[in-house]
Ligand binder design. Structure first.
Ligand code: SF4
Length: 198
């Protein structure tokens, strides 16, 4: 461990200990002030039950919205999954939603291009459809021809494409996954995976 890290920890220990000790020594209880600050923050906001977007645990969240803007996201105490708690990642969901660095347009880099261009969602969807069709047409395998253990010719129907893979996200729900599976199986996709299977 570096001397800097040790010094920083020692400093934090001393200052937090001092602050806590001083306030306790003065008989101050900060909890009512903290609760009042939280109430003020949420004043006039409407609460919506939601689900954490990060992993398949699916913790419940309460999203507070005022005048069309998210002002707070925290664990939903009514959720039987997390009973109001969130892990560090889920606790940072507010920063995912309200963040000046968040991309709000579709970015596209052309083959051999050096810059990302803004394109419309419709254009991107059409382009993806075109490429899926072209790849499927070029790689579709209808039959497998081989031999059995005795060397006799064997022909089996495949009807698949090994050239396209699908990777699902952790927060896609059962209905979405069902439809996605149906679509890819109908197209002949065989590489179907999900980011978090539990
Ligand atoms: S709060 Fe954490 S454990 Fe819960 S769903 Fe979100 S990422 Fe997963």
């Amino acid at each position: 461990m570096s001397a800097t890290a040790t010094n920083r920890r020692a400093f934090l220990r001393r200052t937090t200990g001092l602050a806590g000790g001083t306030l306790a020594g003065l008989g101050l209880d900060l909890r009512p002030a903290q609760a009042a600050a939280q109430r003020l923050k949420l004043q006039g906001a409407k609460e919506y039950a939601s689900v954490c977007p990060y992993c398949a645990v699916g913790c419940g969240q309460v999203v507070s919205v005022r005048q069309g803007q998210i002002v707070n996201i925290e664990g939903n105490p009514d959720s039987p999954i997390n009973a109001g708690t969130l892990c560090p990642k889920g606790s940072a969901t507010y920063q995912l939603a309200v963040n000046p660095n968040r991309l709000t347009t579709v970015k596209y880099r052309r083959p051999y291009g050096a810059v990302w261009e803004d394109v419309s969602l419709d254009w991107a969807m059409d382009r993806i459809a075109e490429r899926v069709k072209a790849t499927r047409d070029a790689s579709f395998r209808e039959w497998w021809d081989g031999t059995d253990a005795e060397g006799r010719p064997v022909r089996k129907r495949l009807n698949h494409t090994p050239a396209i893979a699908s990777l699902g996200g952790a927060t896609m729900d059962n209905e979405w996954n069902y439809l996605q599976l149906k679509m890819w199986r109908a197209l002949g996709g065989i590489w179907l995976e999900n980011q978090a299977r539990i």
